[in-house]
Design a protein. Structure first.
Length: 613
């Protein structure tokens, strides 16, 4: 029995007749195999303030003459939309609800169940991830239906609620595997994505390219791909040629996931559309290109950086999504422990000197620098950045984008900035000796300098500067502090559960004495795409340059001596910081071991000393 067919209480607490009382179809959801709570459609909608009692009464009168379900009558009368009805019913049943549309379901999966069985069970398979098939069902609480689907597919079944008419419509459309590609693309819902054609980020009037190609199926497909990425908080979209067509993957929380599969034969058109809006040469397919585009999605402006590269099967595109909503510039929101945050703020508030942020690509270094600028910016300071590229615009900050082809390099830009009376300078990345030397000289001549560097941990940043040719005495005089960081995935709050790590994992984490202790992890659910994680936070190792540390750097001490000094002064390594996060149930122990390196100069038991402190 579907959720819509359940008994209805028209007046909620106000009483009234129950039209389901004498209706033989009004029985608990789940069929004979399971008795679940009764869902009253009218009561649910009334309680949530989605309809009035007058609308319910009017619908009940009409229901007697047309013989439809109450929900269908309310939709027909315009009292609620299909999506609102599904959402209300899903919340009342404690399941997820879905309004079916093209692009949400994989038509090929219907063959695993069979058209006749899908019609009989009133179900539609949507997608399959790691052996878990998500299925739209009229009766999401029916155990016999779920058991039957499990037997047919060999998959674990994750049910979601959909309206019967919606399910049967798509079962018929996908029957026989004959999906009309043109109809598929044309019927994609017009997504709320507006493409803005601009040479640069400024306040000139925007030209809407979609009006030039209105109604194009490819425009709809690309818009849906972009909107999906924005809604799922993806950082990148990978559009790759495949022997079977096109593969679109989204990088979410640092990992790539397959979330969309366009129809066969669309790759060249998709690439051309993105190249057009990114102001790239659509005729050039043999050389890599770069482009940029600004879109308006979900009511806010989002910058996209587009990169193309030729592969054996065709051009591959990667789109970097720069969404200001995902930018957390308050340091308190980044994940610093309170002790480490206090040390970092202390180094930043020194009137002049160099502060380095280190870590691999994609570890959040730029976000940390922006949070530092946010802490320091004020009308009394002249703040200038040199970046490649400028990722986000900040108020009260003068941002410059390097342009290597015309000779506007980091080093050349820095020299010019020094003649602009700066108080604080932010350098996107120190890549060579010339840039490093200018940064150090700026720090020594009374400027605050923030910069990123690629090293594994904080102590190795000093070695990296030496390798670039910067003398130890200059480093010791200019450097105020170093922050090394990694991004770890947060445990999904919807599916968090206890587990017991293996002895090997505990040994690697320096927690060999904690065998049998319960930790937390995510078991995997629909809201986290069965990964067990949702969102990310930073793990930070902060090295403050104290007077004792300056003497070591001046003397040319190796990184392991600097690391010992950090520990002597109460600092923790990246691995130790991460293990503390696992002990606080912010992430799993395995995730910590994945994103942090083990210290070359310590045994696991020695590393545990900092964690236990």
């Amino acid at each position: 029995m579907s959720a819509e067919e359940q008994p209805i209480q028209p007046g909620g607490a106000g009483g009234g007749t129950d039209p389901g009382a004498g209706d033989p179809s009004a029985r608990p959801a789940g069929g004979a195999g399971r008795r679940s709570r009764t869902v009253r459609v009218g009561e649910v909608l009334l309680n949530e303030g989605l309809v009035s009692e007058e609308q319910i009464s009017k619908a009940l009168v009409a229901q007697k003459s047309v013989g439809q379900k109450l929900g269908e009558v309310l939709v027909a009368q315009g009292a609620v939309s299909n999506s609102v009805l599904v959402g209300a019913l899903a919340r009342s049943l404690g399941v997820r609800g879905v309004q079916l549309r093209h692009g949400l379901a994989d038509p090929a999966l219907l063959s695993e169940i069979g058209e006749d069985e899908a019609e009989r069970l009133r179900v539609l398979p949507l997608f399959k991830v790691h052996g878990v098939m998500t299925v739209a069902m009229v009766e999401p609480q029916s155990l016999p239906t779920i058991d039957r689907l499990r037997a047919l597919t060999g998959c674990k079944i994750r049910p979601v609620l959909a309206l019967e008419a919606n399910i049967m419509e798509f079962v018929k459309k996908y029957s026989g595997g004959n999906v009309d590609v043109d109809a598929f693309l044309t019927s994609l819902a017009e997504s709320d994505v507006e493409v803005i054609e601009r040479e640069q980020i400024d306040d000139e009037p925007a030209a809407d390219l979609d009006t030039m190609v209105a109604g194009s199926p490819i425009v709809n497909l690309v818009n849906v791909a972009l909107l999906t990425a924005v809604k799922d908080k993806a950082s990148d979209i990978h559009i790759e040629p495949d022997k079977k067509g096109t593969r679109i993957r989204y990088r979410i929380d640092g990992n790539l996931r397959d979330l969309m599969k366009p129809p066969i034969g669309m790759h060249a058109a998709i690439v051309s559309r993105i190249k057009i809006i990114g102001k790239m040469d659509i005729a050039e397919k043999r050389l890599p290109q770069e482009g940029r585009v600004r879109i308006v999605a979900e009511g806010r402006e989002i910058d996209l950086r587009v990169s193309s590269i030729p592969t054996l099967l065709g051009e591959k595109l990667v789109i970097r999504i720069l969404d200001k909503q995902n930018l957390h510039v308050r340091m308190e929101d980044l994940g610093f422990r309170s002790e480490a945050l206090d040390v970092f703020k202390r180094t930043l508030k020194r009137p002049h000197g160099l502060v380095l942020v280190t870590g691999p690509t994609g570890s959040g270094k730029t976000t940390t620098l922006y949070s530092a600028l946010d802490l320091l910016r004020s009308p009394e300071r002249n703040m200038v950045t040199v970046e490649d590229p400028v990722e986000y615009q900040l108020d009260l900050v003068n941002q410059i984008q390097v342009n290597e082809p015309i000779g506007l390099s980091f080093a050349r830009t820095l020299r010019s900035i020094l003649r602009q009376d700066p108080d604080v300078i932010m350098i996107g990345e120190i890549r060579d000796e010339e840039t490093a030397r200018v940064a150090v000289q700026a720090a020594l001549t009374g400027h605050g300098v923030l910069a990123t560097l690629h090293t594994n941990d904080a102590p190795r940043a000093v070695e990296r500067m030496r390798d670039m040719g910067i003398e130890s005495y200059l480093i010791s005089a200019a450097l105020n502090g170093v922050v090394a960081q990694r991004l770890a995935r947060s445990i999904c709050p919807a599916c968090t559960t206890k587990y017991y790590p293996s002895e090997e994992v505990l040994e690697d984490a320096g927690l060999g004495e904690m065998v049998g202790k319960a930790f937390r992890k995510g078991s995997g659910c629909q809201s986290c795409h069965d990964t067990g994680f949702q969102g990310r936070f930073g793990i930070y190792e902060v090295m403050e340059i104290t007077s004792a540390m300056r003497r070591l750097i001046y003397a040319g001490a190796p990184s392991h001596d600097l690391r010992d000094r950090v520990r002597h002064e109460g600092g923790l390594s990246l691995r130790e910081e991460g293990v503390r996060c696992a002990l606080e149930a912010r992430t799993s122990l395995e995730e910590v071991l994945r994103v942090t390196h083990s210290d070359d100069d310590m045994t696991p038991n020695e590393a545990a000393v900092g964690v236990a402190a």
